[in-house]
Design a protein around this ligand. Structure first.
Ligand code: TXA
Ligand code: MG
Length: 338
């Protein structure tokens, strides 16, 4: 038996329980906690997720509690294959199935009409459910072993930076969850792209690890991006302040003439490095967008630990994953605009 942190009574005696968060690579251990209705952090190719049995309302509530996230924000259900999603959705339209064939497993999430098997706590009362097949060998093995889908938001405290290593999860959720399944650094490093279908056209609700260009090529047209609040469809990526550091964060172009010695800088490539002598993090020496994406959240986590007064970050070229990164940074810097 595993006790939540807090005060518990057992055989007439009172105990104060402190949760120790264990980090390990034991998939069976993770499964055992999930079956007991506990939360476990799991690796995916995008970011670490905070997982619980997606059919168990008590377990799902623990996700919201550990993250400090409002229950008005729906969760993604994770499956071992697209076929495994079928009982949980009322319809999987042909157009989206074609994209699934090409991009799943991978960083693409589908918004679909939910079936009655999906608890309303997952969808925040909406009639649609978000489903995805993550691409990480350990998590795929875990998903294949259990007979329920996994609900998993990013394993950060609400509003914070998504974790891309087990250490990032520990720094935010230590003592709040029993286990972190350590699958190394996430390969993509940005959350999944979220899509749905409206009037037969694909709509992008959140930019993510699959670029708009890749979707356009597969579809034969450029999907519309609707990643601001609208029509009651809610994604946390739409919240104005999100993905934020504790240290004030600014785009370099907004203030670059007035660096102080105590500031820190995150650069896309090495190109502008020579001009600076302050705390610096280079995302990709050669300016490779995929490498920069993989390192972006780690850079934000690390610079946040370095006690800089302010962090400045270079804006990315507005193509491919650069669009996704600029989107995240726009929401992160919004917190510090007066
Ligand atoms: O890459 C990812 O998607 C990661 C990994 C762990 O899979 N998960 C993730 O979850 O980013 P989260 O909760 O941080 O973001 C999921 C987004 C939220 O913004 C949520 O509002 C949206 O998906 N979402 C979930 N269900 C939805 C629905 N039925 N309709 C619209 N948006 C939905
Ligand atoms: Mg998140």
């Amino acid at each position: 038996m595993y006790f939540q942190q807090g005060i518990h009574k057992f055989r007439g005696r009172t105990y104060l329980c402190l949760v120790r968060t264990e980090i390990g690579q034991n998939i069976q251990q993770a499964i055992s906690f999930l079956k007991q209705g506990e939360t476990v952090a799991i690796p995916t190719e995008t970011v670490y997720g905070l997982a619980a049995d997606g059919t168990n309302e008590d377990a799902i509530l623990k996700i919201f509690k550990a993250k400090g996230r409002p229950t008005s924000n729906p969760l993604i259900l994770h499956f071992p294959s697209i076929e495994a999603t079928f009982p949980y959705v009322d319809e999987f339209p042909e157009t989206l199935l074609k994209l699934a064939e090409q991009f799943s497993p991978g960083p693409l999430t589908f918004i679909l009409p939910k079936s009655t098997l999906v608890p309303s706590l997952i969808t925040a009362g909406q009639e649609t459910v978000a489903v995805r097949v993550p691409e990480h060998p350990m998590t795929l093995e875990l998903l294949r072993t259990i007979d329920f889908p996994i609900a998993a938001p990013s394993a950060n405290r609400y509003g914070g930076i998504s974790p891309t290593t087990a250490g990032h999860v520990q720094s935010q959720l230590d003592g709040k969850i029993p286990y972190i399944l350590d699958g190394g650094a996430c390969q993509t490093g940005l959350e999944s792209t979220i899509i749905g279908l409206a009037d037969e056209k694909v709509i992008v609700y959140r930019l993510g690890g699959i670029s708009i260009e890749s979707l356009s090529e597969a579809l034969g047209y450029a999907p519309e991006v609707k990643n601001e609040m609208h029509h009651g469809v809610r994604t946390s990526g739409m919240v104005k302040y999100h993905y934020a550091t504790e240290t004030p964060l600014f785009f370099m172009h907004s203030n670059q003439m007035d660096f102080q010695d105590t500031d820190g800088v995150i650069l896309f490539s090495q190109e502008r490095l020579h001009a600076l002598s302050i705390e610096t993090f280079v995302l990709s020496k050669n300016g490779d967008m995929n490498e920069a994406a993989k390192n972006l959240y780690a850079a934000l986590h690390e610079m946040d630990q370095r006690n800089c007064t302010r962090i400045f970050i270079e804006e990315f070229p507005n193509v491919g994953l650069g669009k996704t990164m600029n989107d995240r940074l726009k929401r992160a810097t919004a917190k510090f605009q007066s």
